[in-house]
Design a protein around this ligand. Structure first.
Ligand code: ZN
Ligand code: FE
Length: 253
């Protein structure tokens, strides 16, 4: 399966996924239709599915136009069936959906929104995490609470370490600066930041990121670790309180 990054709006990515064997084509989180249509035309592809991680406009903005043009099926979380435009296939937590020849596990990961999901392609080890897990960051908590978001991140943490993470936004540089502020003696983080700087200076995407890298360098995934707790003067405090602190710090960064 091929994943193609399509920059949309100012810092969003839509992803065109293409299973060459079964000739199945999908797009994940099309914030706008035009860049997606341009890519499909150039590659001479049709569109079978529109996959939405959550209902925000910068993830579903292209749904209606793409559905009309290609007669594609819109796929999203059952709990959001009233706010995902054009939804045809409703998915439930912890179930499997088939895309071409791929088995896709659906993880309900509320926090950013209540109906947020992750599409995990099991054999390919590819996860579309929307606005829940970013490279070196996590999404803002709009509809859920900190406990929900932490539980959701912990679900993603349990995926295989070599999982490739494709998230909804190019926020890596700013996120790296934030992580560096509180975890500046982390050698893995320093290396990751250097790589991000280099990519961004050439205007290249920093995604996908490996889950393994995120586990070492993303401080939102380290709120259970004594090392980080000590750095934040929160030794022996609950993981979720540490997470709330980190999220608050980021909101004001
Ligand atoms: Zn969002
Ligand atoms: Fe977004």
């Amino acid at each position: 399966m091929h994943v193609n990054l399509i920059p949309c709006l100012t810092d969003n990515y839509a992803y065109i996924i293409n299973d060459n064997v079964s000739k199945t084509v999908g797009v994940v989180d099309p914030s706008e239709a035009l860049p997606v249509i341009a890519f499909l035309k150039k590659q001479n592809l049709k569109l079978d599915y529109i996959l939405n991680t959550h209902h925000h406009y910068d993830h579903i903005g292209g749904n209606t136009e793409l559905k009309k043009l290609y007669n594609a099926k819109v796929v999203g979380f059952v709990g959001d069936k009233h706010r995902i435009p054009g939804i045809d296939i409703t998915l439930e937590d912890n179930t499997k959906w088939i895309f071409g020849k791929s088995s896709v596990k659906i993880l309900h990961i509320p926090g950013h929104t209540l109906g947020h999901i992750c599409f995990f392609f099991e054999n390919e080890k590819i996860a579309f995490t929307g606005d829940t897990l970013f490279s070196l960051g996590c999404g803002r908590i709009f509809e859920g609470d900190h406990k929900q978001m932490l539980t959701s991140l912990n679900k993603i943490k349990k995926l295989p370490k070599n999982t490739k993470i494709y998230c909804g936004h190019e926020y890596s540089y700013k996120n790296a600066e934030f992580c560096m502020k509180y975890d500046n003696d982390n050698i893995d983080l320093k290396k990751k930041f250097e790589k991000i700087k280099q990519l961004r200076s050439n205007n290249l995407p920093t995604l996908p990121t490996a889950l393994e890298d995120e586990l070492k360098s993303n401080i939102f995934l380290k709120c259970d670790q004594n090392d980080l707790k000590t750095k934040l003067n929160m030794k022996n405090q609950d993981d979720y309180k540490v997470f709330r602190k980190v999220r608050d710090l980021k909101d004001n960064f």
